[in-house]
Design a protein around this ligand. Sequence first.
Ligand code: IMP
Ligand code: MG
Length: 189
Amino acid sequence: MRPPGEILIGEREIRDRVASIARELSDALQADLRREGHGVDVPGRVIFIPVLSGAIVFFADLIRQLPVTMSTEMVSVSSYRGATTASLGVSVVGALPDDLAGKHIVIVDDILDTGRTLGLLKKEIGAQKPASLRICVLLRKERDRDVPVEADITGFDIPDVFIVGYGLDYDGHYRNLRDIRLLEEAGDA
Ligand code: IMP
Ligand code: MG
């Protein structure tokens, strides 16, 4: 088992950035709603969709800072090895919400890595013709993407290293760490 190592992004830095992401998102959503003649308290217009399971901690902190009436839907995406050229190497687990047409959608994920997960979700959800579709990620790895997809809002750019904590796991562990940490090589500790 590889243990968590050095802190890459500390708890306070995460908290401050999540607060600024919440302000940025609520300004953008408020502008969309105002254009439609609504206030932020209109029901049924805004849907937040976290990608399970990595996004759960970020999502919980983020939505509690958004003074916008919203509903939430969860999605889960699994990746598999030996992907054929016809597939993205990821698939949606279960059914996607199917009533997103005309709504303001925000997909929330922990990290943009290969781009496969968010590339798939953007395509599938975008096909339902939402009024707006934003991708919000806490982290973005600096690397080439297998699937080209951009986040509309990014918390932090990080190098191409494996990290854990604040929702991100290694073999199911460490999601509950309050900081984002590098993972040590086996045998380092
Ligand atoms: P994708 O490669 O962009 O499709 O990202 C897929 C998922 O891999 C992310 O949502 C994370 O859950 C997971 N992931 C990618 N990089 C890391 C990491 O450094 N630590 C933990 N999980 C990661
Ligand atoms: Mg994930």
